[in-house]
Every structure is written in C-alpha cells, then in structure tokens.
Design a protein around this ligand. Structure first.
Ligand SMILES: Cc1cc2nc3c(=O)[nH]c(=O)nc-3n(C[C@H](O)[C@H](O)[C@H](O)COP(=O)(O)OP(=O)(O)OC[C@H]3O[C@@H](n4cnc5c(N)ncnc54)[C@H](O)[C@@H]3O)c2cc1C
Length: 355
C-alpha cells in the first residue's frame, strides 16, 4: 500500500505544547484510523493515506503520503482542522511546504433541493439531486451541509494556506452544519437528509430552519462524505433523534446475520420510525417526555446497563448530546473497554450552536 502513496506533502506545526498535542492526536484517532504510536511519533493510516507525525524540538513535523492529489488535499485539511481543534484557541502556527492552491474543496458537491417533507412531526426529510452519488455509496455517511445566504450566487470554499477550510466571509458567509446521508437513491441520483426540528425559543437554528423552509431548486453544497459506519457482526447502537438517521442507515446496510440492539431516545411515540434491516434488529425506544433524568429509565442509564450486558465481541456505537456522550465514554473507559470496538460521538451540545 505504501508504495502506491505517491502524492506527498510535508508540514510543520508549532503548538503551545507539542507533546500533549501528540497525545491528543493518538487519543482521538484511535477510534477512527489505525494509530501506531512510538516514542515521540505517531503514524496514522486510513483509506485516504498515511500521516507520519514526529515530535522534533517542540514542533510537530508532518509527512503526508496519499494515493491521489485529491486525497492529499483531504488529508492536509483533516490534519489541519484537527490540530486547530486540539489547540482549543491556544496559539498554533501550521505551514505546509510547497502546497498547491485549492480554490474549491475536492470533496465539495453542489446539490439541488428536490423536495422536503415531514417524516414525523419533528423530523423533516430533504431530498437533494446530486450529479454523482457514487462517493455516497459505501460506509462514509456524514457530510457538512453548506447553506449559502439567500438571494446570492453561492461562493463555495477552498483551502487556506494552513490547510483549513477558507470560509467565504461578509455577504457570502455560509452556514455549515453536520448531517448524515440517511439514504442514497442511486438511479434517481438523489440523497436524503433528515433534519430534526428542535425549536429553541429565542435561539436561531439555521440547520433545522433550512429544512423547514427548503424549496425545490434551491442550491446547497455537501462536503464529504466522511465518518464510517461501524462494521461488526454484533452491534450495540445508542442515540437520540440526531443520531436516528445514522442508526437507520447502519440498520439498513447491516448484512444478514448481523445482530443489532438499538436504544433510541425520541420525544414521544410519534417520533418512532420503522427501521428496515436485513440483520436481526431489536430496538428499544425511549420517550424523553416520560423519562426522568438520573432515574434508571433515562437514556444514559439504559445505555450503560446495555454496555454492562454486552456479549463479548460487541461493537458499541453511541451518538448523542455532548455531556451524555462524555459520561458514556467515561463509563466505557472505567470498564476497560477496547477502544477499537467503540465509537462514542457527540452530535450536539446543549445550549451551544454548532459551527
Ligand atoms: C456526525 C454528525 C451527524 C449528525 N447527523 C444529524 C442528522 O442526520 N440529523 C440531525 O437532525 N442532526 C444531526 N446531527 C446533529 C446536528 O449537526 C446538530 O443538531 C446541529 O446543532 C443542528 O444545527 P442547528 O443549526 O439546527 O442548531 P444550532 O445552531 O447548532 O444550535 C442551536 C440551539 O439548538 C440546540 N440543539 C442543537 N441540536 C439539537 C438537538 N439535536 N436537540 C435539541 N437541541 C439541539 C443547541 O444546543 C443550541 O442551543 C449530526 C451531528 C454530527 C456531529
């Protein structure tokens, strides 16, 4: 595989604390790619190539090797976005040697709204037409939905010098929110995205509002897809409405013979959806309206108790609100759960807008 990685790029990062950033890289990527840690270095291997990151004099020296120019741009962007995320507002300088200019992201797909309809009272499905749906067939399911300002031709982003996305500013400013491709209709060349309607009095909800008002012919863009579905014969899935589209897709694509238990928290029974699957699927629906926080019936407690009863070899996949995700992650850590058999993600944060 390495001999095919002919597209290369090097970069240097000066974080405030290079050592702890290296730790963060390992800690984060272990659930997403093959991570090989050695003294003062880490090698990340994924489908889009390798990233060799070495600690040298309190700097991180980064060498990327990828099979195509497109995957090289994607690797650079992925590393850059994560390093700035780990820096968490602390000073970070990141530069790349002889990187080519990228005026439009290689994995950006302009799409056109075809229809919008309510699946349940709080879930609105927007179908979009996409010239090439092939990148969306497979295990990568998440996208950033880019919503341009109304009444202006959209200006789509490229990559900045540091490798992060260079977002259009001023009147061209775009809103970006992360969603799941719920289904791909290959013949029609359409993608489905389910948007939870979660009105918050006095607060803007641009992602939800877009879906509420979406009109046929409207142009938006999708960056991605990324974030693979779990592959295992035995799965425990847990999440709330924001995770329901991903759970539905995992169930729909699971092979016959797989065994899935799912715990899904929704507002009430009108929010339950049929989840067709070729696998053996057992769904436990929880209704937020009638559950009591901290009592045994609540989402976190149900998930923890299901984890405690996991059969050996079960892959645990959880996506929910940030504090719940953190608690469930700590619970898995406390039990010494194998990190390669789990994915715990937070899909939204109470009281805080996504960016
Ligand atoms: C990998 C991934 C996949 C996702 N897939 C989907 C998906 O397919 N469908 C989907 O609906 N969401 C999905 N989400 C969650 C979605 O990105 C967030 O809910 C996002 O905040 C919605 O943006 P917004 O503009 O509507 O609200 P924001 O502007 O981000 O937030 C405004 C307010 O609403 C609150 N809020 C945000 N989300 C929720 C929620 N789910 N429930 C209650 N309050 C909320 C915030 O706390 C904030 O106070 C996904 C997130 C991730 C990371």
């Amino acid at each position: 595989m390495d001999t095919l990685q002919t597209f290369r790029l090097s970069g240097i990062a000066f974080p405030k604390n290079a050592n702890s950033m290296l730790d963060e890289i390992c800690e984060h990527f272990v659930e997403h790619s093959d991570v090989q840690r050695s003294e003062g270095a880490v090698l990340l291997k994924s489908d889009i190539g390798t990233a060799d990151i070495k600690l040298v004099d309190q700097r991180l020296v980064i060498d990327l090797a990828c099979p195509t120019e497109e995957t090289l741009h994607l690797s650079r962007n992925m590393i850059a976005e994560h390093l700035f995320y780990f820096a968490n507002g602390e000073p970070l300088e990141l530069s790349w040697i002889d990187a080519t200019t990228v005026s439009r992201l290689p994995n950006l797909h302009e799409v056109t709204v075809v229809s919008a309809e309510d699946v349940t009272p709080r879930m609105r499905r927007v179908k979009v037409a996409c010239d090439d749906v092939t990148p969306f067939i497979g295990s990568d399911v998440h996208v950033r939905v880019l919503i341009p300002p109304k009444g202006r031709p959209p200006a789509w982003p490229g990559l900045g010098d540091d490798g992060r996305i260079a977002w259009p500013k001023g009147e061209d400013e775009i809103i970006a929110r992360v969603y799941t491709i719920r289904a791909v209709e290959r013949e029609k060349r359409e993608l489905w995205i389910d948007f939870l309607q979660h009105p918050a009095p006095g607060v803007k909800t641009p992602g939800a509002d877009f879906a509420r008002d979406a009109q046929p012919g409207e142009k938006i863009a999708l960056i991605g897809p990324g974030g693979s579905l779990p592959k295992a014969d035995q799965l425990l899935l847990a999440g709330d409405e924001a995770a329901l589209p991903a759970i539905a897709r995992i169930a729909a694509e699971a092979p016959a013979g797989a065994r899935i238990r799912a715990i899904i928290e929704v507002e009430d029974e009108t929010e339950q959806q049929p989840l067709p699957s070729g696998a053996s699927l057992e769904v436990h629906w929880l209704h937020r309206k009638t559950s009591v926080e901290g009592k045994p019936g609540s989402f976190k407690d149900k998930v923890k108790s299901a984890i405690a009863n996991n059969e050996p070899g079960t892959y645990t996949w959880v996506a929910c609100e940030k504090s719940d995700a953190r608690e469930i992650r700590s619970f898995l850590k406390m039990r010494g759960h194998d990190r390669k058999s789990q994915c715990v993600a937070w899909y939204w944060e109470r009281g805080k807008a996504s960016q």
